[in-house]
Design a protein around this ligand. Sequence first.
Ligand code: BGC
Length: 757
Amino acid sequence: MKHTLRHAGLGTLVLALTTLFCLALPGTAQRRQRPSTPSGPWMNTNLSPDERADLVLKEMTADEKVALLHGVGMPTDEPVTVENAPSNRGVGYAVGVPRLGIPGIDMSDAAYGVRSSQVNGRYSTALPANVAAAASWDPDAAYEYGALIGRELRAQGYNMSLGGGVDITREPRNGRTFEYLGEDPILAGTLVAKLIEGTQSAHVIGDIKHYAFNDQESGRNSVNITVSKRAARETDLLAFEIGVTKGNPAAVMCSYNRVNGDFACENKWLLTDVLKKDWKFPGFVLSDWGGTHSTEKASAAGLDNEQPGRFFFGDKYKAAVDAGTIPGAELDEHVHRILRAMFAAGVIDYPRQRSVIDPFAGFETARKIEEGSIVLLKNKPAVLPLDSAKIRTIAVIGAHSDVGMISGGGSAQVDPIGGNAIAPKGEGATRWQEQIWFPTSPLKAIQARAPRATVKYDPGTDPAAAAAAAKGADVAIVFAYQWESEGMDLPTLSLPAYKSGDQQVDQNAVIAQVAAANPHTIVVLETGSPVTMPWVDAPAAILEAWFSGSDGADALGNILFGTVNPSGKLPNTFPKNEADLPHPTVTQPPPESQHFSGPTSPEQWAKGLPPFQVAYDEGLKVGYKWYDAENKSVLFPFGYGLSYTTYSYSGLTVTPGSTVKVTFTVANTGARSGAEIAEVYAALPASAQEPPKRLVGFSKVKIDAKQKQTVTIEIDPKYLSIWDEQKDAWSLIPGDYTIMVGGSSDKLPLKATVSLK
Ligand code: BGC
């Protein structure tokens, strides 16, 4: 869908029109007052959400029903109309049934924070990118992540989140890798379920997206993904299955792409057979923005709501019901699901109520999550943590680390306080695919933690000058970044070269020369995807800080100086080079399939752009499963991350039963307390024909120095099963299972074999 630019002038016009409408329309003037609780038999909270939805449905006219099936445009970018006036000017709005006290559904993008706050003159916290949350491997942190988003949505006046991205990182060059939760379905699914739970705890509708296989942005509106049912169910769909069944999102957003021939938003297999029947999803499916392509077909396949407009689910839908090409019961089923979701999420019992966001609490949450997400990739010879008592000179180099840290773009973009931290500075608004740096200054954070040291900044635009700045310093901290965004894929996994004035800056050369000049060089990466590191042997330490959110610099400062012990681990494999990936390049669409923008007319969109094919022929071998199966050594493996302390593992026992119980002991053998992510993998019997191993459980445990802790993890039998295409069901293959436990996918010191039937 086209995301237009938002100009300051348009904002003023919108404000003027809003005022006009609020004065002119008695109904909309009400929204400035405390909302009144709706009445009706459906307000009996002893009834189930299904019963309550049915009571409302009985009272509704056909027009009211159809009005719930679609949006009324994108209020953010459009003039105020009678329909969208009660909205909060987010990216989507479905009018409710005011006559019956059913509020409109007011949607905002909210991947790592509430988007477009500037439209309302508001503020929202930017959390570290979703991939960072995945690097924490911490379900409690994921809950806090979602809860903060839910609270801030509600405080701004929204009652629905468009967050919860969980497409698997099959293609690490995907420009939305930062919005997703890594390459493993069990890690990603577990965390997205917690994130949704957190979001919905604030009485906003939570959503999980983009269902499914939107694993590349190139040609996303036209690409046809072919994938076997077994590979589908055990990889991408497993993440959604866990998210849907454990997180209970009230909504699921179907994706732009085609899957095995049909667009995802009119794909009966995806929407009805898998999601609604097999997983028993009781909520509603809404299309990605412009992802609807038909009326009868999409409705019958299981799409409940078209966004952001009504090409297919407005008048055309009504006409189809009148003509009998869509049965009345089918219309009722869609409406029931939407109403049910509203009751279940609490948006009717707890009407939207604006309040003041707590930015201080938001900063603290963002900082703590980032502290648990930063991954220490290398620390030789233990240059970290820095000792502020001893250090006298620090060179801070590159990537605007004097003023800010970068964020991920597209519809996930959160507006920074005061606008972009680098020139040209905005007024808080962000523009589509503009690189936005948050005003969180590593330079200041470092200086604050080393008050007696001389801290000098070099922009890192000239490798020789950067090396000269690094040369005499006790330590050189060099920053590098790889920006990414919705609507594009990365051409390579290399740190990009960028333009600074007339200069082309080669970040790899800057790092290599700085590290050559100073043996105590620390590289800090701000990336969403894995990066290749031709210089990996040169620096003493490497930290992956991701897109670090509102208070990234303080989190980083606390890690650098050891106030916090690093505990994040990689949710994505860092390969040595692109040639090692399952697909050496991202398949690009031919010119006729290339449109990124949305529909120009329903007729054109009904046809869809001509498909081009991408075969997921790596099948089950996603991420580490690929490198394992293909015997490819990697730069940094999945599940890897160092600490300032050391851990040892012992005493594994594996007890079969309705769940397989895995018990072991983790000891902190070092001198600092820390949090260790213990990982459990399983190798299935050979007859299962699976990749060598899969993650089946994990636990992040806090352990004080010289202490140990016993950990028990119960493994869901599904996580040990395969998808049997003949039976169309999960199936546990009888035989010997090797359970492996340790602190990284490549370092699993404990092993035990258990026989399962
Ligand atoms: C994105 C969705 C987003 C929607 C609304 C689409 O282009 O794919 O993730 O929620 O726009 O902004």
